[in-house]
Design a protein around this ligand. Structure first.
Ligand code: SF4
Length: 223
């Protein structure tokens, strides 16, 4: 079974709660969404058998925090993902899954081999797409078996209604989940700053812990 992988590299995690941690990144090719703020434009990939990918991962020294399976959307290739997660799990790596949080059936099949889920909540007023509340709900029910944190990308277009809907979901399913509010890096931070602070206050009033964390790798110029 072969998987399509756009790149394998090591770097420092630049977003979310684990920013600053050194990781090996495995970027899967292909995504099921087209968010208007997407910064991942992949046009090529290499095909790997799971064992070949493990061999490539083993070329890196072994004191990384974890392996970040990212994309695109890794769960789109769930059979291949399951096999490589099993292999890295058996080899005592920590598996960190970055996902858009929409493919709950696929997550169910791999969750046993995942250590940390970094899940996006896709707000329609941010993505320019339809809402995914039903899918996010089902996804979170599965993800909550493991350590999970959430991320919302905040744009000038993001509205309060979507934030409140997201908070309602978190409160209902697991009020201890931490929410990262991530400013869209394509927009001027000064223009979104007030909105971020307001959304953080709304989160606090709802008893949800939210923190504002920009994409640090872009700010400090690393991959
Ligand atoms: S889910 Fe992620 S990779 Fe896919 S289009 Fe949206 S931002 Fe891009």
């Amino acid at each position: 079974m072969k998987g399509r992988v756009a790149e394998v590299f090591d770097s420092v995690q630049g977003e979310g709660l684990y920013f600053g941690e050194e990781q090996i990144f495995v970027r899967f090719f292909g995504c099921n969404l087209k968010c208007q703020f997407c910064d991942t434009h992949l046009d090529r990939f290499a095909e790997y058998e799971p064992e070949e990918l493990l061999e490539e991962i083993r070329l890196y020294r072994n004191n990384y925090h974890s392996i970040a399976f990212t994309g695109g959307e890794p769960l789109l290739q769930k059979n291949f993902l399951k096999e490589i997660l099993k292999l890295t799990h058996q080899a005592s790596y920590k598996n960190y899954l970055e996902t858009n949080g929409t493919l709950h059936n696929e997550l169910e099949e791999v969750i046993d081999y995942v250590d940390i889920v970094a899940m996006d909540l896709k707000l329609p007023s941010s993505t320019g797409l339809k809402d995914f509340w039903y899918h996010h709900r089902r996804f979170l029910e599965v993800a909550s078996k493991k350590e999970t944190f959430l991320k919302m990308v905040i744009c000038q277009s993001t509205n309060e209604k979507d934030i409140r809907e997201g908070l309602r979901l978190i409160k209902e399913l697991n009020k201890f989940l931490i929410l990262v509010l991530q400013p869209n890096s394509y927009e001027d931070y000064e223009q979104i700053k007030d909105k971020l602070e307001r959304f953080k206050d709304i989160s606090r009033d709802t008893n949800i812990t939210a923190c504002i964390i920009p994409q640090l790798h872009k700010k400090i110029g690393i991959k």
